[in-house]
Write a protein that binds this ligand. Structure first.
Ligand code: AMP
Length: 400
């Protein structure tokens, strides 16, 4: 069975085509600058020459049509007939409180996704455009929506409610939702598999540390708390996002600096985090390169590490213990320096990492803790696209 996985943004899309026989990727690619005369289509068929094309692509339907044409192209194609694609999995960022699992798309589901636009105004409209574009280009093929928030719907009320007037929850559904759910679910399952243990027996703290970053407390395979909130701004310090701050800073800064709502939003989301503190950049590699010579880069690194460590401690407390600590995503998978700094300060939890193992670079799941460590510390490369493909297959099979 071939499954096409689509991640649609407002002016771009990314895709992967999976052969679920062996879960291999047979093609991947992206279209950038949709809506422009000089859109860029990059198509990478496995085992064949890559293609990079600059061309006019004015909407998502045209972009998807072009991608599908290349999937069956004699030179760049990987399948002989587009009907070999039996289902399409879509990443949808926000599922609100409606979706606690992936779901086959129908008119009702689309209406419910529309109902969440307020909660993710930058992402969900684009995700729905992607679904509708595939419906136009591949009519009759099932579409499955996989939500970033769904995995966290198991959080208890005490974890997801904010201490605000309850009416705000009733009227506007203001609560913690959490994100990166597809990744936290994938890496926690992968960790249990790697350790040959049932996930039911594990208390896992999963650190998804990339450009965006969040930590999840996963007890018996279920998310019981997570650091991102109603939006992906809360929690850890990130590449350009502030993470937790005193909310009173917002009206204060707006008044002192005469900022509009849009400006303050942009400050918190795009000009804060590693970038805002270091003044150097949002990429952890640049911070690490400069932190011996630049005190702002050092401060940014120390704050970033400290915040992660505090959340790990908080989630060990939330679950009354921790068996497994997972590092994943761009920074988590690659920065041995950050992992070491975090682990060196978690000895009170019985955590001990092996420097040699920590310094190995690999795309495989690996243990970096010593045999003496009371907590298994693992690096688990995330694969959100594969998780979406697996979920799509599961939902399509169960709806037959
Ligand atoms: P992601 O959002 O998961 O794609 O992660 C992207 C981020 O990973 C980049 O912005 C970098 O900060 C970080 N990253 C990638 N490679 C490394 C590395 N070798 N060391 C430290 N950070 C890295």
């Amino acid at each position: 069975m071939k499954i096409f996985v689509l991640n649609c943004g407002s002016s771009s899309l990314k895709y992967q085509l999976f052969d679920m026989k062996d879960e291999s990727v047979i093609a991947s690619g992206k279209v950038e600058r949709i809506g422009m005369e000089d859109a860029i289509l990059t198509h990478e068929p496995t085992g064949k020459e890559d293609l990079k094309l600059v061309t006019e692509i004015l909407d998502h339907t045209t972009a998807i049509e072009k991608v599908f044409n290349y999937l069956v192209d004699p030179k760049y194609g990987v399948i002989s007939d587009i009907n070999e694609i039996e289902a399409v999995g879509h990443r949808v960022v926000h599922g609100g409180e409606v979706f606690s699992d992936s779901v086959k798309v129908d008119a009702q589901v689309k209406a419910a996704i529309k109902g969440t636009f307020d909660l993710a105004p930058l992402h969900n409209p684009a995700n729905l455009v992607g679904i509708e574009a595939v419906e136009t280009v591949l009519p009759g093929v099932p579409n499955v929506a996989v939500f970033d928030t769904a995995f966290h719907q198991t959080m208890p009320k005490k974890a997801y409610m904010y201490a605000l007037p309850r009416i705000l929850y009733k009227k506007h559904k203001i609560r913690r939702y959490g994100f990166h759910g597809t990744s936290h679910k994938y890496v926690s399952q992968k960790a249990a598999e790697f350790l040959s243990k049932s996930i039911e027996d594990l208390k896992i703290v999963s650190c998804h540390i990339g450009n965006g970053a969040s930590i999840a407390a996963i007890d018996k395979g279920k998310s019981v708390d997570t650091s991102m909130g109603m939006t992906p701004l809360e929690g850890l310090m990130m590449g350009t996002r502030s993470g937790d701050i005193d909310p009173a800073i917002i009206p204060f800064v707006m008044e002192k600096e005469d900022l509009t709502l849009n400006e303050v939003n942009s400050m918190l989301n795009k000009h804060s985090g590693l970038l805002g503190v270091s003044g150097i950049g949002s990429d952890m590699r640049d911070i690490e390169e400069n932190m011996d010579s630049n005190e702002n880069a050092k401060l940014a690194f120390d704050m970033y590490e400290y915040r992660i460590r505090k959340y790990i401690g908080a989630y060990a407390a939330a679950m009354n213990g921790i068996d497994v600590l997972i590092f994943t995503a761009g920074v988590g998978e690659n920065s041995n320096i950050l992992r070491k700094a975090i682990a060196n300060n978690l000895t009170y939890l019985g955590i001990e990492i092996d420097d040699k193992l920590n310094n190995i670079r690999s795309k495989e799941v690996r243990r970096i803790s010593t045999p003496n460590s009371k907590v298994e510390v693992l690096v688990v490369p995330t694969n959100e696209e594969l998780m979406i493909a697996r979920d799509t297959l599961r939902i399509v099979k169960s709806s037959k």
